[in-house]
Design a protein around this ligand. Structure first.
Ligand code: GLU
Length: 305
C-alpha cells in the first residue's frame, strides 16, 4: 500500500486538537513540570526514506524512559543474550518504579524497561565501556546522524536530587548482588540517559533500525535482525508501563514511552514513529500521544496484528 504519510499526519493533527493537554504533567522531576501541556508533535520515517512531521516535531524534549530502548540495544551489542541472566523479559504488572516485586523476586527485575531493569542494563554497559556517557551520546549521534544530540544538565541534576526511589531500587539490587558497580555510579549514568533531549524526528530516525531488520540508514547494522526482533517483542510486551496490554489493544505496535511525554513506535519492515505530548494518562503514557498512534494505525491499518 502506498501511503501519503503527510496527509495522514495532517489529518491526525486536526483530529487530535481537542485531546491535547488532557492528562497530567508529572512533577516528581521538577523541570518536566515546566513544559507546556499544549505541545504536540509527531514524526515518522519510513524504511524507504520518506519522512513526515507535524506540530512540535522539531522541538526537543526529555526522552526519559525512551532511553531504556537505546540502553537495551547497547547492552545487546555488548553482551548479546547473556544479559537475560540478570534481567527478565516479562511484563511487570506493577508500576515502573516499584520496589515490592524486586524484593519478592530477589533482585532480578522483570524486564529492562522498568527502572530496576534499566539500572541492571546500565551496570552491564558500565562494565564494558571506558567512557559511558560519551559512548551513549555518540551512539545516539551515530544512529540519528545528528551530532548535536545532548543532555539537559538541568534535568540531570534534578534527577540526581530527587531520585530517592531509584536510589532505593539500586540499593536493593546491590544488596541482592545484581549490581557490580557502586550504586552512585550506576545512578549517575542512568540519570544521564534519562536526561537526553531529542525531538520526534530524531527519535523516529534513532529507532528506524528496529523497523529495518537492525540496520540504521545512516550507521549500518546496529544489531542483528534477530536482536531487532527481540527488542521489538520486549517493547510490545513491556514498553508502555503497566498498560502494555491496553497499548497493544489500541495501537497494535511495539512502543516505548517516557514520562517526558514521548512515545516511540515501530511498524516492522515499514517505518518508525515518534509522538510527543507532555500530559500523561493514568498509566504514565502520553494521553494525546497514545490517541494519535491509535488514530494512525486505525487510518493506515498498519499494525503488527
Ligand atoms: N527518569 C525517570 C525515573 O527514573 C524515568 C521514568 C520514565 O520515563 O518512565 O523515574
Amino acid at each position: 500500500m502506498t501511503l501519503n504519510c503527510q496527509e495522514v499526519l495532517d489529518e491526525i493533527h486536526r483530529e487530535i486538537q481537542p485531546l491535547i493537554g488532557r492528562g497530567t504533567i508529572p512533577d516528581y522531576i521538577p523541570p518536566l513540570a515546566k513544559v507546556s501541556g499544549k505541545k504536540f508533535g509527531m514524526a515518522l520515517q519510513t524504511t524507504d526514506g520518506q519522512s513526515c512531521e507535524i506540530g512540535d516535531a522539531a522541538e526537543r524534549f526529555s526522552i526519559q524512559s525512551i532511553s531504556k530502548l537505546f540502553s537495551l540495544t547497547l547492552a545487546f551489542r555488548l553482551v548479546g543474550t547473556s544479559l537475560w541472566k540478570r534481567v527478565g523479559r516479562e511484563p511487570s504488572g506493577t508500576p515502573f518504579n516499584s520496589l515490592v516485586q524486586l524484593e519478592y523476586e530477589r533482585g532480578i527485575p522483570r524486564n529492562p524497561f522498568i527502572n530496576a531493569g534499566a539500572l541492571v542494563i546500565t551496570d552491564i554497559i558500565l562494565e564494558h565501556v571506558d567512557d559511558p556517557q560519551k559512548t551513549y551520546l555518540s551512539f545516539l549521534q551515530q544512529i540519528t546522524g545528528i551530532p548535536s544530540v545532548k543532555i539537559s544538565k538541568t534535568v540531570y541534576q534534578a534527577e540526581i536530587k530527587s531520585g530517592h526511589r531509584n536510589r532505593a531500587l539500586a540499593n536493593l539490587l546491590k544488596d541482592f548482588g545484581n549490581l557490580r558497580h557502586n550504586v552512585e555510579d550506576v545512578l549517575s549514568f542512568y540519570f544521564f540517559q534519562c536526561a537526553v533531549m531529542m525531538n520526534c524526528t530524531e527519535l523516529a530516525m534513532a529507532s528506524l533500525f528496529l523497523a529495518n531488520n537492525g540496520e540504521a540508514p545512516v550507521a549500518g547494522e546496529v544489531v542483528s535482525q534477530r536482536h531487532a526482533k527481540r527488542i521489538n517483542a520486549v517493547m510490545l510486551t513491556c514498553g508502555t508501563y503497566d498498560a502494555a496490554g491496553d497499548f497493544a489493544y489500541r495501537v497494535g505496535l511495539p512502543g516505548k514511552s517516557g514520562v517526558g511525554g514521548g512515545i516511540v513506535a515501530v511498524v516492522p519492515g515499514r517505518m518508525s514513529l515518534c509522538v510527543w505530548s507532555p500530559a500523561l494518562n493514568s498509566a504514565g503514557n502520553s494521553y494525546a500521544g497514545t490517541k494519535a498512534l491509535e488514530l494512525f494505525t486505525t487510518k493506515t491499518r498498519l499494525s503488527v496484528f
